[in-house]
Write a protein that binds this ligand. Structure first.
Ligand SMILES: Nc1ncnc2c1ncn2[C@@H]1O[C@H](COP(=O)(O)OP(=O)(O)OP(=O)(O)O)[C@@H](O)[C@H]1O
Length: 715
């Protein structure tokens, strides 16, 4: 029997909900706040925000309403793998659910769309990027969306640890599509992030928010401080040799996962490796083996864990400290889901910090590059369908702005300023291969204008041909969309296989973009200020992790307070963390050098002749990659890259700024690869011999201590 009071059960919608819980999911009662959330959606017909920790049972809070409501439940979820798992499980339980994603072939997605349009699909999972797709938007306009569920909804907040610009468009989508109810879900939201979510989706901050405190009494949190890698290895070996069940060891970079696992194997500890750089079959195999093991060890980056629902993980070890407390809470939250005592260890080591600070600072670009980018966008002539299209990969290289940041800049032009609106992106290159001679003869015999244009302008290599759709359209006068449609048609008819590449983002212009120098500068200024704000926020989050780990306070209490649950830990003492058991916080105070050494600065200045962007030089010195550094060969392969990682980053920027100012902020035209037409107008060449000698620095926030890691791939 359900545990809910009879008043609720008697409401026909709640009766239905209990029926679905029992008949479809096979559970006898709701957990904690699940029922209250469902009541909010089904009985009150109001929006809600669910803040349950990992494994808290968030999925049921939209899956059950989906079954009770007429119409479609649309679920926005950031990870294709996670969507697939959820859909497979639902289908197994007899629920009409599917996802639309970029990995599907045309026949599968055609079937899904048909089921959605005819109203027989109950739940549809999509990634947020799908909201830029015209075809998808047209389809959504024709269906009744009774519930929109936004998973990982903390990604909506610019103050969150994992902000994603595509998430910003979800709220507008909900309004435009007259979505009847919205349910936002997240496991990690600080009070300010949850305020942001409530503000965006009109969720009542009192009645509409359902939270289960993050405090988990069966997790013993420990922090330990180390000076060297060898000490950390010796400690992790001893923890793992005495492990009481499966263990996850979290590291920062993919190469760390390989290094640590290989070292553990030397100690007869059979450690598997998991990171985003491994083939998906390998990742699947590692995950499956771990799920089935009762003493398995996985050394992994943060890529491991989303959707891992294993009850008996007994140890979670942060071999490198996490970059935010949100990550930490999610990662330790994977331990002890069965309620049994489990141990979590965070290793603090001064040499690990710069690499994390590099991540925090990596997204800020030069203000001048933002100006040049806006200039290109505003001066570009629209195509015949009045849209602007850009190769973001190329722009990222041209303007030294990371692609994720560029995406955000476009989202800002769209949402904050209303200049543009993203529409379906397209591929500019198709590589086609013939399937058989018969099919190929049909391709050659196709007499449509698009087919003729394709055959005129394609370039062939053996049995393969490459089609540049932009060039073909420009030279032949045939619409680019007709060309793409013809290639897709040949593939659907089985005549060819094709591989599309070089995606171009497309935008409709909704109001004239600024073209005057001052207006562009002003807009760039605002965008840049936002970027610096986010960078400071990310560095602050890192500082909070150190503060949490070193505070003279119970660790469980510290974590709970961070998430706004002051009263979750009884008497504010968990009794089993390293603070509670030792009576003191750990000693750890890495201080970065705030006055850079002149000789070392000069070496960087000699190696990199650019003087238009002090941050570029600071990034090279500190070891933070960027598209421009990579292009100029001043990145990871350069011996001086990261050579000043022990210096406070702001002090480096200030020191290099002095040098750039002396050189008039000029670009080294003759040495660096050309960037853009606009960029080339800055014509003077600077000397490659520097004369930095002051040794003084402005700024100089007391940062984190130094080390010798080179940046690498994370995730
Ligand atoms: N009412 C219930 N009774 C029994 N088991 C439940 C109930 N609700 C959820 N569960 C189970 O709890 C587990 C965790 O649920 P779910 O995956 O929804 O959590 P989550 O909050 O989405 O976690 P994560 O943040 O890790 O994705 C699942 O195995 C689910 O089947």
């Amino acid at each position: 029997m359900p545990t809910a009071n009879m008043g609720d059960v008697q409401h026909p919608m709640m009766e239905k909900a209990h029926e679905a819980l029992r008949d479809t999911f096979g559970f006898s009662s709701f957990r904690l706040e699940q029922e209250a959330v469902i009541r909010r959606l089904l009985v009150d017909n109001e929006n809600a925000l669910v803040l349950f920790p990992t494994g808290g049972g968030k999925s049921l809070t939209y899956q059950i309403p989906a079954l009770c409501l007429e119409g479609l439940t649309l679920v926005i979820s950031p990870l294709i793998a996670l969507m697939k798992d959820q859909v497979d499980t639902l289908v197994m339980r007899g629920v009409k659910a599917a996802s639309l994603d970029s990995t599907q072939d045309a026949s599968k997605s055609g079937w899904v769309k048909n089921e959605v349009i005819t109203g027989s699909m109950k739940m549809l999972y999509v990634a947020p990027e799908r909201l830029n797709n015209e075809g998808f938007m047209a389809m959504m306009r024709r269906v009744r969306i009774s519930l929109l569920a936004v998973d990982e909804s903390h990604c909506i907040s610019q103050w969150g640890a994992s902000f994603r610009p595509e998430y910003l468009k979800i709220a507008r989508f909900a309004e435009e599509m007259d979505v009847e109810r919205v349910l936002c879900l997240t496991a990690t939201a600080t009070p300010s992030v949850s305020q942001d979510i409530c503000g965006s989706f009109f969720i009542d901050r009192d009645a509409g928010v359902f939270r289960i405190p993050v405090y988990r009494p069966n997790l013993a949190l420990n922090v330990e401080v180390f000076d060297t890698m060898a000490q950390k290895i010796s400690r992790v070996v001893s923890i793992l040799q005495g492990r009481t069940g499966p263990a996850i060891v979290y590291v920062t970079l993919q190469k760390h996962a390989e290094e640590v696992a290989n070292t553990l194997r030397c100690y007869q500890l059979d450690a598997a490796i998991y990171h985003a750089g491994l083939p998906s079959e390998e990742r699947g195999r590692v995950q499956l083996q771990f799920m089935e093991s009762d003493r398995g060890i996985v050394v992994a980056t943060i890529a491991f864990g989303m959707g891992i629902d294993k009850a008996n993980i007994r140890q979670v070890i942060h071999f490198h400290m996490p970059k935010t407390l949100e990550n930490y809470s999610q990662e330790v939250g994977r331990a002890g889901r069965d309620g049994s005592l489990s141990h979590c260890y965070m290793f603090l080591c001064a040499t690990d910090l710069p690499i994390l600070e590099g991540f925090a600072r990596g997204d800020t670009c030069a203000k001048r590059d933002i100006e040049l980018w806006i200039q290109e966008v505003s001066l570009k002539q629209p195509a015949s369908d009045s849209t602007l299209d850009f190769n973001l990969y190329k722009q990222s290289k041209d303007y030294d702005i990371r692609q994720n940041v560029l995406n955000l800049c476009y989202a800002q032009l769209e949402l904050d300023y209303g200049y543009i609106r993203a529409t379906t992106p397209f591929y500019s290159i198709y590589d086609i291969s013939r399937c058989d001679e018969n099919g190929w003869s049909k391709v050659l015999a196709d007499s449509s204008p698009a087919a003729k244009a394709i055959r005129t302008y394609w370039t062939s290599k053996g049995t393969k041909c490459q089609i540049d759709t932009m060039l073909t359209a420009e030279r032949s006068g045939v619409e680019r969309s007709d060309i793409a449609r013809t290639v897709n048609g040949w593939e659907l008819d089985g005549h060819i296989t094709s591989k599309a590449s070089q995606v171009r983002a497309r935008f409709m212009v909704t109001k004239p973009l600024p073209t005057g120098t001052n207006d562009i500068k002003h807009l760039a200024d605002q965008i840049y200020t936002g970027m610096v704000g986010r960078e400071n926020e990310a560095v602050e989050k890192l500082r909070k992790v150190v503060e949490f780990a070193t505070n003279d306070d119970c660790l469980a209490q510290g974590l709970a307070v961070y998430f706004g649950d002051e009263d979750a830990v009884p008497d504010g003492m968990c009794g089993q963390c390293s603070f509670c058991t030792s009576g003191a916080g750990v000693e750890f105070s890495p201080i970065a050098q705030s006055v850079p050494d002149a000789a070392r600065l000069n070496k960087i200045l000699d190696a990199c002749p650019e003087r238009d962007d002090p941050r570029l030089l600071a990034r090279m010195a500190f070891g933070i990659t960027s598209p421009r550094l990579t292009y100029g060969k001043w990145s990871t392969a350069h011996p001086l890259f990261g050579s000043m990682v022990d210096v406070d980053f702001s002090a480096l920027v200030a020191a290099f700024d002095e040098e750039c100012k002396k050189a008039g902020y000029e670009k080294a035209e003759t040495v660096a690869p050309a960037r853009t037409a606009q960029k080339r107008t800055y014509s003077k060449t600077t000397t490659t011999t520097s004369n930095y000698s002051s040794g003084s620095s402005r700024g100089g926030r007391g940062g984190y201590g130094g080390g010798s890691y080179k940046r690498g791939r994370r995730g």
